[in-house]
Design a protein around this ligand. Sequence first.
Ligand SMILES: [Zn+2]
Length: 462
Amino acid sequence: MKLKFFGAAQTVTGSRIQFEHNHFIGLVDCGLFQGSRELRELNWIPQLELLKSDCVLITHAHIDHCGYLPRLYKQGYRKPIYCSKPTRDLLKVMLMDSAKLQEEDAKYANESKYSHHDPAFPLYTTQDAIGCLELVRSTDWNTWIPLTEAISFRLNPSGHILGSSYVQISYTNGNQSKILTFTGDIGSDRSQVLTGPEPLFETDTLVIESTYGNRSFKNENVESQFADIINEVCNRGGTLIIPAFAVGRTQDLLLILNRLKKKNLIGNIPFYLDSPMAQEVTSVYLKNLSELRKTADRSEVELALKTAFFNPVIHPEESRFLAQSTEPKIIISASGMIQGGRVLHHLKAKLPDSKSGVLFVGFQAHGTKGRLIKEGLNRIRIHHQLIPIQAQIYSIEGLSAHADSNELLALMQKLRKEPFKTIINHGELEASEALKFSIQTDLGWKSVIIPKMGDIIQLDDL
Ligand SMILES: [Zn+2]
C-alpha cells in the first residue's frame, strides 16, 4: 500500500490523498485549494495523476474536500464517487453553488478586465457539476463495500458536519489483512446540532487532521461569550456580522441564538441569515433530522433550524438594502473565511462603523481576508476598494467544528493498539508539529510523520 499527498499537507485546504494497492488507485477527497493566490492557482494545474484514480471517496461536503470534483470530471474522470447519504444530499447544493461562483468570477473578470487571462474561463461550469454528481453513489454507515477482491472501504460518522465520515480501507495481501484510516475533518462534542465523532478502535495506519493540533477550547463558555458580544454591539446601536460557513457553523449558530433568546440572555434583537446557500443547506439538515443530536427537548434542534427561514433575504437587492440599514441586528452570512459571497457587502458597509462588530467563529486560513481582519489589520481591500476597519473584531474559537488537541488525543487513545504509522495532515505546520509532539509525548507513539505536498509514503506493513 502506497499513499501520495496532493494537498492539505502542511496547509488546511485542497484535501487530496491517493492510495494505491495491487494496481488499484483510490482518491480520498478531492478538494479545492482556498486562501492565498498561490494556493488558488494550484487549482489550475492539470492533475493527470488524479485522473488515474479508479474511485474517489469523499469524507464530507466542505469545498476544500470536494470542490475539485467537477474539475476532475471536466478533465475526463468518469469512475464512481462514493460518500455517505447525507453527504450526497449536500454535494448537490455545494457543487452547484461552487460552479455558479466559478462562472460568475470568470464573467466578472471578463467584464471588469481584472483577470490576467484574456478571456478568463471558469475552473468548471454548472454542466461539469451536473455531470460529476451523476457519478456519486452513497453508502450506508459502517458497511464494508468491496472495491476489488483485496480492497474494501467503510464510512463512519466523524461528527464534523452532517454526513461527515472517517474513511477506512481494509486491504489484504495473501492471508494478511490491514486497515488504513483517513479521519477527514474530526468534529467535537461541543457541537449541539450533531452527535460527536464516533470512537475509532482499530487501525494499522492512521491519517489524522490537525487543524487545531495546537489549541485547546476546554474552558470556553461559548454561550456566555456569545451573549456578551451580541449585547455589547447591539446595545451601542451597532450591527454584529458573523461570517459563517454555510454548512455546519451556520446551523450551530442558529441553535445557540435560539437558546440565548429562550434564556433571555439577549434581547429581542433581529437576526438575518443572509446566505441562500446556507438556507438550502439548512433544508438538507432538516431532511436528515435522524442524523442530528437528540436533545432532551426533542424538537429543539428542528425548531432552531427552522428559524433560518424567518427573516429571508432572498434577492441580492434585499441583501444590499439590509447592508445599509442602521438598526441593531445580527447578520450571519457566507463565506466563512470572507473569500467571497454576500458577507463582503455587509463588511464594506459596517467595517468603517465603530459601533458595529465582526465575530469570527471558525478557522481562518492563511491568506484569507478573514485571517487578515482577525489579525488586526486596520484596512482591507474589498471589491477593489480600500475599506478602513473601525468596527470591533471578536472571535470565539470554541465554536469551531473541529476537535481541539485534547479531543484529537482522546480519540487516538481509544485505539486498541498504536498504529504502525500515524500521518498528520490538514493543518498549518505549527499545528501539525504541536500535535506530533503531543502524540509522541503523551501517547508514546514512535512513528509519526508530517508529509509535504507531493510526498509518497510506502506502508511497508505488508
Ligand atoms: Zn470540513
